[in-house]
Design a protein. Structure first.
Length: 171
């Protein structure tokens, strides 16, 4: 699962979308693979002072400075502990015309799954372990619900501006 993802696999296949499932604090989450560029083992993160707790720091990804977000801290559950299967999922986030690569730290990557559009329920109004606005929907995978994240909401425009500024300072 590590390394480059096949971007041709991001196409919608007959009413199904492909999602990357991953573990975070003992729970399974998913995100559409359309914006995912690659998955790398956790490591080589350089801490940056005076940034929010959810920002672990930056990594050097083939000469580019990429900020790394700790999703556990972003969701208010505290910083993730680095474990053997910890990974950084590199996502391209766009803000209008500009794109920014951002690393997202997760406990472990599970698999790429296809979820039929009919198997995606609207986000719950309450009771989720993350803020409701971070949830795109609830997907049924093997008879269980998986929280499908709205990456654009998780990485808000304010945070993107901070990340861009931090990346420029680190470069």
């Amino acid at each position: 699962m590590m390394g480059q993802l096949n971007m041709a696999a991001t196409l919608m296949i007959g009413g199904k979308q492909q999602y990357l499932t991953f573990m975070l604090g003992g729970e399974t989450y998913a995100m559409r693979i359309a914006g995912i560029k690659e998955i790398i083992p956790y490591g080589g993160v350089t801490a940056i002072p005076c940034v929010p707790d959810s920002i672990r720091g930056v990594i050097n990804l083939r000469g580019a400075v990429v900020p790394v977000i700790d999703l556990g801290a972003r969701f208010g559950h505290g910083a993730l502990s680095q474990v053997r299967r910890s990974c950084i999922v590199i996502i391209e986030v766009t803000d209008g015309e500009t794109g920014q690569d951002i690393g997202v730290m997760v406990d472990a990557v599970n698999a790429v799954v296809e979820i039929d559009d009919d198997d995606v329920e609207p986000r719950p109004a309450f009771g989720a372990s993350v803020r409701v606005e971070f949830i795109q929907g609830m997907g049924k995978v093997n008879g269980k619900f998986v929280v499908i994240l709205d990456v654009g909401a998780v990485l808000s425009m304010d945070e993107l501006a901070l990340l861009t500024e931090m990346t420029e300072l680190a470069a």
